[in-house]
Ligand binder design. Structure first.
Ligand code: IPM
Ligand code: MG
Length: 370
């Protein structure tokens, strides 16, 4: 079995706590010869700033470039509120996305039946929900230039960010969405703000052309981003695959996460283009939740989004579909058994710690894989 290199970047806040649970899973997989992972751990975000005064070092970037997959925890926290903008914890995450060219962000929002009551929406609206947000991750207003604060002649200051997309960027994220839809419900909803933005007009027409040319068998719908936000909380099950830009994708995926019961449930994958020679792609996997500094270090964090992200690692980076399915089933079974971390527990219900939830998922996986 070929050895696969994983770079673990736990980051800040609850990042290290949830990463520890994945490390236990990785050791077990190695021990049982289900896989052969070689892991390295390094710093990113505030913890990297404390050690090196940058949010990620060049040396860590080299490790990320050389890894078969990067597993990311979370970054940020009030401790670093006043560090220079270029060195803020989030800059480490953004550099990883940009330098590894991870343009395709897959954010599946699945509502496990056992958790339907943890959602802020009524059970019938979310039970069985299964949608994927395909978010463009290396373009748009996150990276467009100019990006600056300038002082004008009259002494006023002006902050500028630039929303920019090219045909090529829209087409490649569109293809990811259409390909994904073909394996699922065969429907793509593309979202932009073409009623106010030029980049949205382009987004809309490039998606239509791509659809007509390469994917006429897939249903394509369009929804303005504000309306899509509204529809996500009105009737989320109408969606299959949603494709949208970097900023709208950021916002809409937080909305989608809450439909599933908790931000602590949502995994994600950030993928680059396939290398035609090796068939491999650069990839980073991270839970959608942030570093949650308020609960960090208390054993309260929910490790499920991190486990789900690792299941996506097995699926998308290593083609280990069977192991990914089993891990996802283990998560689902543990939830069915009633075990809850605090974020997904009903009022008055007992909850378990990060480690207890991690151990329960691993034990269930061992049983299934038995
Ligand atoms: C996310 C996060 C990041 C983003 C932050 C931490 C920079 O909110 O991955 O959704 O805005 O992309
Ligand atoms: Mg976000």
């Amino acid at each position: 079995m070929a050895t696969q290199k994983l770079l673990l970047l736990p980051g800040d806040g609850i990042g290290p706590e949830v990463m520890t649970e994945v490390e236990k899973l990785v050791s077990w997989m190695n021990k049982t010869a289900m896989a052969s992972f070689e892991t390295e751990r390094d710093l990113v975000g505030g913890s990297a700033y404390d050690a090196h005064k940058v949010a990620i070092t060049d040396a860590t970037m080299d490790l990320a470039q050389a890894a078969d997959a990067v597993i990311f925890g979370a970054v940020g926290g009030p401790k670093w509120d006043s560090v220079p903008y270029e060195a803020r914890p989030e800059a480490g995450l953004l550099r990883l996305r940009k330098d590894l060219e991870l343009f395709a962000n897959l954010r599946p929002a699945i509502c496990y039946p056992a958790l339907a009551d943890a959602s802020s929406l009524k059970r019938e609206l979310v039970e069985g929900l299964d949608i994927v947000i395909v978010r463009e991750l290396t373009g748009g207003v996150y990276f467009g230039e100019p990006k600056e604060i300038v002082t004008l002649e009259n002494g006023e200051r002006r902050g500028v960010d630039t929303q920019v997309y090219t045909t090529h960027e829209i087409e490649r994220i569109g293809r990811v969405a259409f390909e994904m839809a073909r394996k699922r419900g065969n429907k793509v909803t593309s979202s932009d703000k073409r009623n106010v933005m030029r980049s949205g007009v382009l987004w809309h027409s490039v998606m239509n052309e791509l659809h007509k040319r390469e994917y006429p068998d897939v249903t394509l719908e369009h929804q303005l981003a504000d309306a899509l936000g509204m529809q996500l909380v009105r009737y989320p099950k109408q969606f299959d695959v949603i494709v949208t830009d970097n900023l709208f994708g950021d916002m809409l995926s937080d909305v989608a996460a809450m439909l599933t019961g908790s931000l602590g449930m949502l995994p994600s994958a950030a993928l680059g283009a396939e290398n035609p020679k090796t068939g491999k792609r650069k990839a980073m996997y991270e839970p959608v939740h942030g570093s949650a500094p308020d609960i960090a270090g208390k054993g309260l964090a929910n490790p499920i989004a991190m486990f789900g992200s690792f299941a996506m690692t097995l699926r998308y980076s290593f083609g280990m579909t069977d192991s990914a399915d089993k891990l996802e089933r283990a998560i689902s079974n543990v939830l069915d058994s009633g075990l809850r971390t605090k974020d997904i527990a009903a009022a008055g219900q007992n909850s378990v710690s990060t480690t207890e939830m991690g151990a329960a998922v691993l034990k269930e996986l061992q049983r299934i894989a038995g």
